[in-house]
Design a protein around this ligand. Sequence first.
Ligand SMILES: Cc1cc2nc3c(=O)[nH]c(=O)nc-3n(C[C@H](O)[C@H](O)[C@H](O)COP(=O)(O)OP(=O)(O)OC[C@H]3O[C@@H](n4cnc5c(N)ncnc54)[C@H](O)[C@@H]3O)c2cc1C
Length: 463
Amino acid sequence: MSAATEVDVVVVGAGVAGLVAALRARAAGASVLVLGKSSGASFAWSGSVDVADSLVGMVPGSAVAGLERGDAVEDAIVQTAGRLPRHPYARLGAARVNVRDALRFLVDAVPSLALSLRPDGKNHVLATALGTVKRGALVSRSQLLDLAELPSSAVVGVVEWRDLAGFNARPVSEMLRFCCGLGAGHRAPRFVDVVVPRVNGGEVFLDNAIFAAALDDDAERLRFLQALQLRLAAIDPAPTHLLMPAALGTRPLSKEALDDVDKKVGRPLRELLALPPSVPGRRLITALRDAATAAGVDVRDASVMAPVIEAGRVVSLEVQRGPERQQVRPRVVVLASGRFFGGGLVRDHEARESLFGLPVVVDGQPLGDRFIGSLTGDSVDGDHAIFRAGLAVDDALAPLDHSQRRVLDNVVCAGSVIGGFDPSRDGAALGVHVWTSWLAGSLAADAAKFSALGPGGQAQDLA
Ligand SMILES: Cc1cc2nc3c(=O)[nH]c(=O)nc-3n(C[C@H](O)[C@H](O)[C@H](O)COP(=O)(O)OP(=O)(O)OC[C@H]3O[C@@H](n4cnc5c(N)ncnc54)[C@H](O)[C@@H]3O)c2cc1C
């Protein structure tokens, strides 16, 4: 085994949280090594960055509120902190630290996605591939069709490609019609189905990701768009806008490429918020990885294990890539290993964090070996405490033990590994992950400056 690599900041986890923390720590001058072993929840991301939503729970037992937009996102953050005292926005003082700065950091890190905030600071109102309507603070160029901005005369065509398995326009357009009719003060647009007959002579594409890979090819994309155009000529009333599954290529579409798509089909064609396997999730992670690499962050596909801890500090970690193993000596560790989906939390007998064995907490109580059924609600729409499970952290994002004491002095937590919020129910998901990881990157870089290892600089090559 070669000599241990010394690095200012080692980030465990290469999801959105790990990569944002890495970019921020690097921008603050630290040498940074990111280690991620597989795709986590970030790859399932729909395409909307949910930061806060004042309308969550407005319709009893449901998260739908028609085309209403709700309050400004920053006001909704304060409301979330007031409503949910254990939420990171409350615990870490979101009112004190500007979440908007963290979102700007993300927007600037991935210009190819053209993630946009609304000028009035409110949420976009977006359609999902299930036909539901949801609000999100940021969305990329190719998915931006704000339903609440459409004139009442708009006709939205939901595009079903017969070449793509698993997506039917009819239930989606029916559901959108229903959801958009909820709430007050808006006349919903009309929705029509646009079913495009088969174009591809071979097998059907089994999911969005495979279809998107086919549409990466300019000639293939043109073939499909021409088939759509032909079909549109027969649709009455003629759609003014189009929504399709998120599959317009695996890479983000440039403005010119999207303008070209619109020109070919004669109206705006945008993508629905995605279901897994999510192309937007892959686009975001690829863009973040590229940005991190360009900034001088060393990003590796590798597993981290066997931490050595001395006097409450992580002094070394073992890194495994294929058959190779190597020691890394970090000044500071950013733990961005996700929840159960990403492998950051495990439950074999007792629930625990998988690298350091930290306790997993639900609503202030250790999860331990408690029966999961006692932590779920009576209905799908109910309150499921298990989805808030994660690590307890102090206000410097350091993990805490059962007695609320800091256990590891040079570990900073970031993203979904932190507990206290339910990304699927609170109206705040990736926004919290981006904000905590942006904070974590800065805290880690600062802490690395004061730690006892030798001089900093670029991480040595692990290969
Ligand atoms: C189906 C679905 C839909 C979603 N839709 C939305 C949405 O519409 N809006 C929104 O805001 N959010 C949404 N989210 C939430 C959001 O996408 C994720 O929760 C978020 O991206 C999690 O980021 P993360 O980096 O904290 O964790 P993850 O993406 O899970 O990353 C954790 C990483 O840690 C790595 N790891 C773990 N242990 C180790 C180890 N020992 N060594 C090396 N690597 C390790 C894993 O391999 C993984 O790469 C959705 C999530 C899901 C599942």
